[in-house]
Design a binder for this molecule. Sequence first.
Ligand SMILES: Cc1cc2nc3c(=O)[nH]c(=O)nc-3n(C[C@H](O)[C@H](O)[C@H](O)COP(=O)(O)OP(=O)(O)OC[C@H]3O[C@@H](n4cnc5c(N)ncnc54)[C@H](O)[C@@H]3O)c2cc1C
Length: 284
Amino acid sequence: MIPPAFEYHRPTDLASAIGILTEHGDEARVIAGGHSLIPMMKLRMAEIGHLVDLQSVAELRGITVTADRVTIGAMTTQAELITHDGLAEAAPILREAALQIADPQVRYMGTVGGNVANGDPGNDMPGLMQCLDAQFTLVGPDGSRDVAARDFYHSAYATERADDEILTAISFARPKGGYAYEKQKRKIGDYATAAAAVLITKEGGKVATASVAMTNLSDTPIRSDAAAEALVGTACDDAAVKAAIAAMLGDIDPQQDNRGPIEFKRHVAGIILARAIARAFSRA
Ligand SMILES: Cc1cc2nc3c(=O)[nH]c(=O)nc-3n(C[C@H](O)[C@H](O)[C@H](O)COP(=O)(O)OP(=O)(O)OC[C@H]3O[C@@H](n4cnc5c(N)ncnc54)[C@H](O)[C@@H]3O)c2cc1C
């Protein structure tokens, strides 16, 4: 289907982009890689009078890695996440997750900012960012504010971001220890039936700290503190993994859809989490 007519804007700096959003209110929407928004427009699920293309806003691009922090510009593509050597060394879980998003064509255009701002529970980056305890920087007419990824998602497609705010960057402390992003999908290029992001640090052969977040198993990403707590102080033996899975299952709320019935999704979520825990623990 062809989308309804819209006016196209291509600002070259952030202030102008925010100015256009402010002028046109909820008639205007930014477009990044367009790989979520354009399908929605074609399906006429999104009717937008003014499309504000962020491709020429240079200040939204780039990856900065310091001794203790990683900052990623919102317009960084998923392909750039995969090929950036500094990022692969500082936070390899991003590369592991990005490689499991869609296919190379989508990853060349799709941006990390679009992926987290969209609010689609099927997107892989929101859960990963909750696992990393990332901060999202939002800039609007009244200035800039940081929102924790863990507080950003209200429900499907509803987020903490106001209509006139642009997500400019994502930042997080360099993760320590072992990591894993594990995803079950029906076929290459598909969204997750279930996915798990796990970070683990070890001390004396036991888990010192853990972080767990799940994707596409509720209408928002789900960080499961209870699952993480079940692992701390253990060597991730069977009993600890079972306890973490039981805790995670208490936090998610999957719905039946074309990826399967609820019980199937809960079963897959347990298997995926067990695999992610085993890999993260072995790498820690
Ligand atoms: C065939 C196919 C398979 C896919 N499979 C997966 C998958 O397995 N996993 C996955 O995670 N994703 C998947 N995607 C989605 C893909 O990763 C998208 O590119 C991504 O979700 C959105 O990024 P984008 O840059 O294309 O955003 P756009 O489509 O341009 O925008 C998406 C939404 O975010 C808003 N937005 C974008 N950037 C900003 C910003 N900087 N500030 C504020 N709002 C912003 C837009 O207004 C829009 O509402 C798939 C897409 C396709 C077409």
